[in-house]
Design a protein around this ligand. Structure first.
Ligand SMILES: Nc1ncnc2c1ncn2[C@@H]1O[C@H](COP(=O)(O)OP(=O)(O)OP(=O)(O)O)[C@@H](O)[C@H]1O
Length: 607
């Protein structure tokens, strides 16, 4: 997609044609590039309709006035620009041209000043872009650190204007071409995602720059050993996901576990809260609901499907590499039309093209999520790449199965603190079947879920790679399951609305899941309220008729009995009135027995 700017500035002379390379609706700014000179300038909207509101209404053309923030002159009154309506960015109102950050790099006046890296022999100095990071970005916070580098939340700043938030991965490569190669591998895969994928993290730009080595090597006294050192780094700018990673969200917000970095006050507060809930009997069952699980599995499988269609094997799929497009709130039921925020797969540092031979180092992704057939046991040094078991699309599907297991139980099927060889043995001998999963789910007293999810986990974690479904098959299965749940909740809702509107108001997501669970297991266990309806109602009717017939108006019992009968037909009193009807029938029975005994005693006396 491209935006073509025309209007006063475009007078038919192609030399003066301008391209909009970035549009930020928040600051009402456009960055425009002169096609002929490659020069970049920033303009801000001062008059006219808001650019985001109009674009979202699918109105392709706008008339606006813009101000040059540098000299303050009003420029381009009457600018019009067009946007392709199918562009995903145009829906959200923001737009970043694919080459925008590259264009900025070319506009960087410091590009030629590379004296500081002349001493480096291995990496050619022409590959560096000194000052680019400091000039165009402001570091907001550290998002996390992985095996190869740290990820920061950064704000893109141009001429003191804030133009969007990004995630920036900084990998210290030192003076080592092999590390550079590894870093570039990630970029190569990221850059093959040319279109905007809903379930894959897209990348914006990559460059090399010298950066502080602070925090990399610490001396024994805890001080930074390389504090003042500047070492070569690879910077990878990518889409920022505000919801954080799936591992933290599941552990902390779904299963209520404490994070390592949580303060002791916060731990105490959460502990007290849980204890109070337990004592008050209000503690909720833990776990995700069926619809939430399906939503996450669908997103990750869709991301994998896209990757596999591009012939790429991810190789390191795990919850910490799955990022959320917005924050998860346990009290929120809907995120747009979904039951969980959109999940995107990131970190392509281990990815490879299908068929490419594995390196002889035998490196795997994170062991717990790695398929048993690609785990190396007793690998001899010098083993040839070709003789090593190779990663496949099916090994990615196994990782998806392990992610599903983690989402369902909040833990993995391996013991903690295993040594590496023990863990490898456990992975190789792992046998997961539906019975085991059902048992575990019951033992952990988690929220009820549709057992078809256990079928899915079982088949994805199959020891035989050929039995595992493809990503496309998983998305189809999940879509069907979602449809079934929707249909069952629709029919349940229509029954409820005709039977009892109040009950319908209280129907929660988890109750819908419970009904789906009963339906699909075909063990038709009636819920308590319907049990009482079928058992108690005819019984209470009979007992009331008997009480009225027996006592007439001579006692208060018939009145009480009719009152309770009426209550038992109201859903919200059904359970309690059943107890009262039971008391009433016991009282009736007692009076009947005492009466019979008194009668027979008086007959004996008379005799
Ligand atoms: N695009 C992003 N948006 C928001 N947060 C991100 C983004 N990318 C990464 N993060 C955060 O930074 C953390 C570190 O990411 P990184 O990919 O470097 O390592 P990792 O996947 O956690 O570990 P490893 O390198 O061992 O695979 C992630 O766990 C995530 O919380």
């Amino acid at each position: 997609m491209s935006l073509v700017l025309y209007g006063e500035n475009f007078n038919g002379d192609p030399k003066s044609a301008q391209n909009v390379v970035l549009r930020d609706p928040n600051s009402r700014s456009l960055v425009v590039m002169n096609q002929a000179s490659g020069e970049i300038s920033l303009v801000r909207q001062i008059r006219g309709p808001r650019i985001d509101s109009k674009i979202s209404q699918n109105r392709p053309r706008l008339l606006s006035s813009y101000l040059c923030p540098q000299c303050g002159t009003e420029v381009g009154t009457g600018f019009e620009y067009e946007s392709s309506p199918q562009s995903p960015e145009s829906k959200s109102g923001s737009f970043v041209h694919r080459n925008y950050f590259k264009l900025l790099e070319q506009n960087n006046p410091y590009r030629s000043q590379q004296s500081c890296i002349q001493g480096l022999s291995a990496i050619p100095s022409t590959l560096f872009t000194p000052g680019y990071y400091r000039r165009f970005f402001r570091e907001l916070s550290l998002l996390g650190s992985g095996a190869r580098g740290s990820v920061y939340k950064v704000e893109h700043v141009l001429m003191d204007n804030h133009l969007g938030v990004y995630a920036l991965k900084k990998i210290h490569i030192g003076n080592d071409l092999s590390w550079l190669e590894l870093g570039m591998k990630e970029v190569k895969f990221l850059s093959s995602l040319t279109h905007n994928c809903t379930n894959l993290i897209t990348y914006n730009h990559v460059w090399l720059e010298m950066a502080s080595a602070s925090g990399i090597v610490r001396a024994s006294d805890g001080q930074d050993a390389l504090d003042s050192e500047q070492i070569p780094c690879i910077f990878i700018l990518q889409k920022f996901c505000p919801g954080g990673n799936l591992e933290e969200v599941i552990e902390k917000k779904v299963f209520g576990r404490f994070a390592d970095h949580e303060s002791s006050d916060e731990r105490k507060r959460q502990f007290r809260l849980k204890r109070a809930e337990r004592e008050a009997g209000t503690s909720k069952r833990q776990g995700l609901t069926t619809s939430q699980l399906l939503s996450i599995i669908y997103d990750i499988a869709s991301g994998l499907k896209e990757l596999h269609q591009m012939n790429i094997i991810h190789r390191d799929l795990k919850p910490s590499n799955c990022l959320l497009s917005e924050a998860y709130d346990p009290d929120k039921l809907l995120y747009g039309e979904k039951s969980f925020p959109n999940v995107m797969i990131g970190d392509f540092g281990e990815s490879q093209i299908c068929g490419q031979l594995r390196s002889a180092t035998g490196a795997t992704g994170t062991l717990e999520f790695t398929a048993p057939e690609v785990i190396l046991v007793n690998t001899k040094a010098g083993n040839m790449s070709a003789s090593l078991p190779q990663f496949t699309f099916q090994s990615d599907m196994y990782s998806l199965g392990m992610v599903c297991y983690f989402l369902t139980f909040g833990e993995l099927p391996f013991m903690n603190d295993l040594s590496l060889p023990q863990l490898k043995d456990d992975i190789k001998s792992l046998q997961i079947d539906k019975k085991f999963l059902l048992r575990k789910h019951i033992d952990l007293q988690l929220l009820p879920i549709d057992p078809k999810i256990f079928d899915l986990i079982e088949i994805l974690l199959s020891a035989n790679a050929l039995e595992r479904p493809t990503a496309a098959m998983v998305t189809n299965t999940v879509r069907e399951l979602m449809g079934e749940i929707r249909r069952s909740s629709d029919s349940q809702q229509s029954i409820l609305s005709s039977a009892d509107i109040q009950d319908q108001d209280q129907l929660s997501d988890s109750e819908m899941d419970e009904s789906a669970l009963h339906e699909s297991t075909s063990i038709k266990t009636p819920e308590p309220s319907s049990l009482s309806r079928y058992l108690w109602d005819p019984y209470s009717l009979a007992i009331s008729i008997f009480t009225v017939y027996r006592y007439g108006r001579s006692s208060y019992l018939p009145f009480l009995s009719v009152f309770l009968l009426g209550m038992s037909f109201r859903a919200e009193y059904r359970v309690r009135s059943s107890v009262l009807v039971a008391i009433l029938s016991s009282v009736n029975l007692a009076i009947l027995l005492i009466g019979t005994q008194l009668k027979s005693a008086s007959v004996i006396e008379l005799d």
